[in-house]
Design a protein around this ligand. Structure first.
Ligand SMILES: [Zn+2]
Ligand SMILES: [Zn+2]
Length: 344
């Protein structure tokens, strides 16, 4: 089969034409015929070597961690899917037996593999995963429409749903950033929460999209930080009950914190910036900082329900698998609208 592999760090990906197809080895193995694989910024970070020490993967290996397709073969003990089923794959293949798994906290599984990160992934015709990672798709959804929701969308859902669980109708939630993750988070919040949604972004185009997706207020993030005052005005001088920061880079947290109400929650989704705040400010106001890492199997299943209801839609740019380099280049150069996906 064809598979696109990482052959070295700081080197281009390479297409292998004669890669052996994965085989069923364990009783819970599932082999999926890939229908689409999302191209993610993490893939670029992998090529830059940022994940080398963390993943410990042996090169060469097949990249691609946002996958959806059709079940091609199953192990003897698999009962939740059958050959031919349309599925999206939770990015981790988890064990089901460790403490985290038993708590439903998939991303902290102590025996999991992460196809595309530490074992072969989905820039290929076939991928091996396990029964526990398969989420069946509604008839109305196609792999190419949803593949990129397996990571980016899942992360946005996880954070937005966490915020929605404690937000009361009419309380204010500020989303910082309405890009790839942010535009999913906005749709999720509008679908499951009665909170008033304020979206802050530097890009007027992104704000236009946010408004179309249902944001109650959109505010342009100016360099002088006047948007902080605008959020204060909207909240009677108090600040917002929740901030979901999809950026956390270039000073977004530094200004973001100023928009947070006493005892409010600051959800960290993006990364890059250091959190620098006097601890006395944290204890005296009882504000909370909450990290977010991908999402659980249940999160992905719930997100697929919203997708099937037409409440969460993803804008995609399609490329053939053989055009992998173009897709990576376009993403690096900021030329992709929505999410790039590869179709074998
Ligand atoms: Zn990703
Ligand atoms: Zn586990």
């Amino acid at each position: 089969m064809k598979a696109v592999k990482v052959v070295g760090y700081h080197e281009n990906l390479k297409m292998e034409e004669q890669e052996p197809e994965p085989k069923i080895e364990g009783a819970l193995d599932v082999i999926v015929k890939i229908g689409a694989a999302g191209v993610c910024r993490t893939d670029i970070h992998i090529l830059e070597g940022q994940w080398e020490a963390k993943s410990g993967v042996t090169l060469p290996y097949t990249i691609g961690h946002e996958n959806a397709g059709w079940v091609h073969a199953i192990g003897d003990a698999v009962t939740n899917v059958k050959v031919g089923d349309k599925v999206i794959l939770h990015p981790l293949n988890t064990c089901g037996l460790c403490k985290a798994c038993r708590l439903g906290d998939d991303v902290h599984c102590s025996n999991g593999t992460f196809p595309g990160i530490n074992v072969n992934g989905g820039y290929a015709e076939y991928l091996k995963t396990g029964a526990r990672s398969c989420v069946k798709l509604d008839d109305s959804l196609e792999p190419a429409d949803v593949a990129a929701l397996a990571d980016a969308g899942l992360t946005a859902y996880h954070a937005a749903a966490k915020a929605a669980r404690v937000l009361r109708p009419g309380q204010v939630c500020v989303c910082i950033g309405a890009g790839g993750l942010g535009h999913i988070g906005i749709q999720v919040l509008k679908a499951i929460s009665g909170a008033t949604l304020v979206v802050v972004d530097q890009n007027p185009e992104a704000l236009k999209l946010a408004k179309q997706l249902g944001a109650d207020h959109t505010i342009e993030a100016d360099k002088e930080g006047k948007f902080v005052e605008k959020v204060k005005e909207l909240t009677g001088g108090q600040g917002a009950e929740a901030i979901i920061d999809f950026v956390c880079e270039g000073g977004s947290m530094k200004t973001g914190i100023q928009m947070l109400q006493r005892a409010g929650n600051y959800y960290i989704v993006g990364y890059g910036e250091n959190l620098d705040i006097p601890t006395i400010d944290i204890i005296s106001t009882e504000i909370n900082f909450i990290g977010n890492l991908v999402g659980s199997y249940n999160d992905l299943q719930e997100l697929m329900i919203l997708a099937a209801q037409g409440k969460v839609k993803l804008h995609t740019a399609k490329y053939k698998l053989s055009e992998f380099q173009q897709a990576i280049d376009d993403l690096s150069n900021g030329k992709v609208r929505g999410r790039a996906i590869l179709i074998p």
